[in-house]
Design a protein around this ligand. Sequence first.
Ligand code: BMA
Length: 369
Amino acid sequence: MKTNFQNLLYIICSCWISNLNAQYIPIDKSATESTKVFYKNLHKQAQKGFMIGHQDDLSYGIGWRNLDGESDIKRVTGQYPAVFGWDLAHIELDSANNLDGVSFDKMKQNMKKVHAMGGVNTITWHLRNPVNGKSAWDVDTVVKHILKGGNKNAIYQSWMSKVAVFLNSLKDEKGNPIPVIFRPFHEHNGSWFWWGKKFCTPQEYKQLYQQTVQHLGSKGVHNVIYAYSTDNFPDEADYLERYPGNDFVDLIGFDTYHRNAPQSNEAFVKNLKRMLATVENYAEKNHKLLAITETGLEKVTDPNWWTNILLKGVDNHKISYVLLWRNGRPDHYYVPYPNQQSAEDFKEFVKNPKVFLGDKTMKENLYKK
Ligand code: BMA
């Protein structure tokens, strides 16, 4: 029989847990039930460890392209990654393929497969410059023209509507919308994309992000977890300079690439730790998820990069996932393929209990209440 004290303890604990759960609610007030469940489960999962993600993992790798079921991460470890990155660039042109040659139809099929096996889908959008139709890297003053009231707003609205159609078409076998993480206008504190720092004011950037969220909502998109991610940043003030606000963002993160190895090895680890410590606090206080939204060392030229650099950088920080960039070409890849010089170390790395590949994530079942 329970004593009064035990009963009281039980009540206090249940209230505390339900209060904790109540805080993990997506910003979209009309988010679908499964998006809400997914978001809460992502938070719980992040208490245990971080998932490994890979951009375009199922679309191509080193020495192969469009081979059903293939994945460089699977070729090396026997498991798929837990998180799969995709890019919608050129959907705005009604093109059949994205900017890296991935067919949108195939992408959709693969995203459904990922969801069915319990993995996570995350989307970026290197969209063209809506003012002149050139690439995302064609930098100029664009943002103020595409905001509401701007002379190019109609074009941007029509582009967003195409994204909405795509997101709304992501349905599981029962016809329910598949929850995805969408990360628009990333690396905006750099100045290499037209939405970058030099080409719009903080206010304009915030409006761009907010109007995007609002527009997708108005088109019936309610299966999205919204991610905000900068490039490297010096401090919290810089990180938050263009933050659209807690009502528009579910997940915060940043992109950080390791360049000039091995000279910069120590600096990379130190910088990664510093940035994580800076934003971890913010994420915790504001009940947001935290992720390293893109990282990697091109061609993984350090055989021990995984255990010696990345793992050390992530340290004990509580993050949801680390997304490694695409295996695009023999001179542009970020995860090992069989016999690549870091393949053995990658296998060691994924043995760490805090590192989650596909199999472990599936056991967690992120989509189940
Ligand atoms: C960059 C490079 C490009 C690619 C773009 C969008 O980082 O990988 O080759 O087109 O991302 O995926």
